[in-house]
Design a protein around this ligand. Structure first.
Ligand SMILES: [Ca+2]
Ligand SMILES: [Ca+2]
Length: 93
């Protein structure tokens, strides 16, 4: 789970991961749920930060296989940019 202002309306929003994806809860005088719209493999870590420093909060999710970035653009979440950035490798001993 992570908290941050994703739509730039000044109120905190919440991102919650579940087994196969994540949901966003926007606070519009009542919570409005939106699916992140991507299939994830058991999200483990969710960070909200302006990764590309364009003024919009982005979502960075590490699941069991990949590190995935969802870039926000002017308050609209750009689902199109969800390509795995850094495939995580498993090191065997
Ligand atoms: Ca907000
Ligand atoms: Ca950004």
């Amino acid at each position: 789970m992570a908290v941050g202002d994703l739509n730039n309306d000044g109120t905190a929003d919440v991102v919650i991961g579940h087994m196969s994806g994540a949901k966003i809860f926007y606070d519009y005088d009542g919570w409005v749920m939106e699916d992140l719209g991507a299939v994830l493999n058991t999200p483990r870590t969710i960070l909200l930060n302006d990764v590309n420093q364009d003024g919009d909060t982005d979502i960075l999710i590490r699941d069991s296989q990949d590190l995935i970035l969802f870039q926000s653009h002017q308050g609209q979440l750009g689902i199109q940019n969800c390509a795995p950035l850094l495939p995580l490798t498993t090191h065997s001993k």
